[in-house]
Design a protein around this ligand. Structure first.
Ligand code: RRO
Length: 314
């Protein structure tokens, strides 16, 4: 079950996704964090953010929408209070800190504040928040040159691995992957939530306080698996797959499409035992696959007309 990538060992390929586990502490009573491959924190911005008006989350039949609006305590509080908790409590799970900002300069400032702290291994650059109205709803990930500017700045500010989180509504992933890889990224997370709007037909009002939001849950899975498969043919860097994973076989689809690790988001809201169950299911599945194990499984989907390159295990 072990995976070596981003300069470290992940004891298994199952992580908690950004925005769904706070900074670990919030879920530590209900999730055994050190049984997992790792976790990605809520995105951290330079200043504290209150977030958007309630309701911030709403369910519908195919999944859920959210517009949390980047609520977080800000980089200095994360450094002084949240990372020490992770440093003291987490031994085996690997921690990635998600970073967000309105401008490339804000990403750099957050990284400079956090970089010297202990308690985490890598940064996940959130280039794809669908709820950042300041950028006119256009996340960095939809603009390859802007996305590359964020990564270039981050690359100069830290030696830690940088994983770029991309958007599901990118018409073609190839240009952004190429630009971000050239700018110095070490891997990609695919995908963030998909822009969505749920309306109450009786009142005509949106289900979320902020109006539109990001859609996740089962309906996102086929989009995420497709994005991983597409990314796999554009880069040799490691991929982290996320979107709609609620059961072991869902995670297996991402691994087959080319993800070295998977992240679980909405499903752990519905049932916090989900990540542990996915780990257990994958153990049995890999046992049934025979000798090659996880490394051989990654990217081994048999899809007509495609033969993606195998990932580097840097
Ligand atoms: O905070 C949010 O509203 C949010 C973020 Br930063 C993100 O990246 N994805 C999402 O669905 N919500």
């Amino acid at each position: 079950m072990e995976q070596h990538l981003l300069g470290t060992d992940f004891q298994n390929p199952v992580l908690l996704a950004a925005g769904t586990c706070g900074f670990g502490q919030e879920v530590s009573e209900v999730v055994e964090l050190d049984r997992l491959g790792g976790l990605v924190t809520k995105s951290v911005t330079l200043e504290p953010r209150e977030g958007n008006p309630a309701p911030r989350v709403a369910e519908f039949r195919g999944g859920m929408v959210n517009s949390v609006g980047l609520a977080n305590p800000g980089a200095r509080a994360v450094r002084d209070r949240r990372l020490p908790w992770l440093r003291d409590r987490i031994r085996r799970a690997r921690v990635l800190v998600s970073v967000a900002g309105h401008t490339p300069e804000e990403f750099v400032e957050v990284i400079r504040i956090l970089d010297d702290a202990d308690g985490f291994h890598a940064f996940e650059l959130n280039l794809s928040c669908p709820n950042d109205t300041r950028r006119g709803g256009l996340p960095f990930a939809l603009d390859p040159a802007e996305a590359a500017r964020v990564v270039e700045g981050a690359r100069e500010a830290t030696q830690r691995p940088l994983v770029a989180k991309l958007a599901p509504n990118t018409p073609d992933l190839a240009p952004v992957i190429q630009a971000v890889e050239e700018a110095g990224a070490d891997g990609f997370t695919l995908v963030n939530t998909l822009p969505g709007l749920v309306l109450d037909p009786e009142t005509g009002r949106p289900a979320l306080g902020a109006g539109a939001g990001g859609m996740s849950g089962p309906a996102l899975r086929a989009v995420g698996v497709h994005a991983v498969w597409r990314a796999r043919s554009c880069t040799r860097l490691p991929l982290l797959g996320v979107g709609g994973i609620a059961r072991g076989p869902d995670a297996a689809q991402y691994l087959l499409a080319g993800a070295s690790l998977v992240q679980i988001g909405s499903a752990s809201f519905w049932d916090p035992r989900t990540p542990g169950r996915v780990v257990n299911w994958l153990k049995g599945y890999l046992g049934r696959q025979g000798a090659g194990g996880l490394t051989e499984l990654v990217g081994s989907a048999r899809i007509p007309g495609s033969s993606p390159p195998t990932p580097d295990s840097r």
